[in-house]
Ligand binder design. Structure first.
Ligand code: ADP
Length: 220
């Protein structure tokens, strides 16, 4: 089942094209890794899908509700001093319940389940600023998951982390992928650390220059 179709997408900043004529069809439960050197357009593609870049030509069509798409931006919260606990941060992800009380009993139950999956139960009452980078990224992932998205967009979720933290994060993501019907589209430089062999690799260099299985990609 198709969840997303991108046709002839071009994005330019000032006079410079970041993406040109990108065509991509994505089915439910695909695990897509966007690869390519810095500046090849990975973030631009993810931001366009997330609806953050409005000025583009071409079309981006969803075959799911807009609210079913969650986006986790690059790990750029290295220094934060914010007086909220991990639990409070995660519950702000319940966008579907923006009425008072802003989260429900079901959301709390979901919080429990997701926290177990992501191995963050013991962190829930800690201040977000007191967590390590890897812990914080898992909390932010929980925040995106509590809205129960069908499509998860991740932009280099592990940049700046040590190898062990990177492995833990991708193992958790793998388990989430295996146990649900989620579609993952992730920009990453860590293909070697991702054990899932069902990955579809989409390589960008201003446009799509490779689209195939990880096996085919590795033979290149
Ligand atoms: P990647 O995520 O693969 O590193 P980006 O999508 O960030 O690539 O960038 C693609 C191209 O667009 C690069 O040439 C980059 O310099 C340019 N670019 C990205 N964001 C902006 C912006 N906000 N303003 C101007 N140019 C940008």
């Amino acid at each position: 089942m198709k969840v997303l179709e991108i046709k002839n997408l071009s994005v330019k900043y000032n006079e410079h094209y970041a993406l040109q004529k990108v065509n991509l069809t994505i089915k439910q439960k695909e695990y897509i890794c966007l690869v390519g050197k810095n500046g090849s357009g990975k973030s631009t593609l993810l931001s366009s899908i997330a609806g953050l870049i409005k000025k583009h030509s071409g079309t981006i069509s969803f075959f799911a509700d807009k609210g079913d798409v969650a986006y986790l931006a690059q790990n750029n919260m290295k220094e934060i001093d914010f007086p909220a606990t991990a639990k409070e941060i995660i519950l702000t992800g319940c966008q579907k319940h923006m009425i008072k009380p802003f989260y429900s009993k079901e959301d709390e139950k979901l919080l429990e389940e997701i926290s177990e999956k992501l191995n963050i139960t013991s962190l829930l009452n800690k201040k977000i600023g007191d967590l390590s980078g890897g812990e914080r990224q898992r909390v932010l992932l929980a925040r995106t998951l509590i809205g129960q998205p069908k499509i998860l967009l991740l932009d280099e979720p592990c940049s700046g982390f040590d190898v062990q933290t990177i492995r833990t994060f991708y193992d958790i993501l793998d388990e989430l992928y295996e146990k649900t019907n989620i579609t993952i589209i992730m920009a990453t430089h860590d293909l070697d650390e991702i054990k899932n062999n069902k990955i579809r690799v989409v390589e960008l260099d201003g446009t799509i220059v490779f689209d195939g299985s990880i096996e085919e990609f590795n033979k290149k």
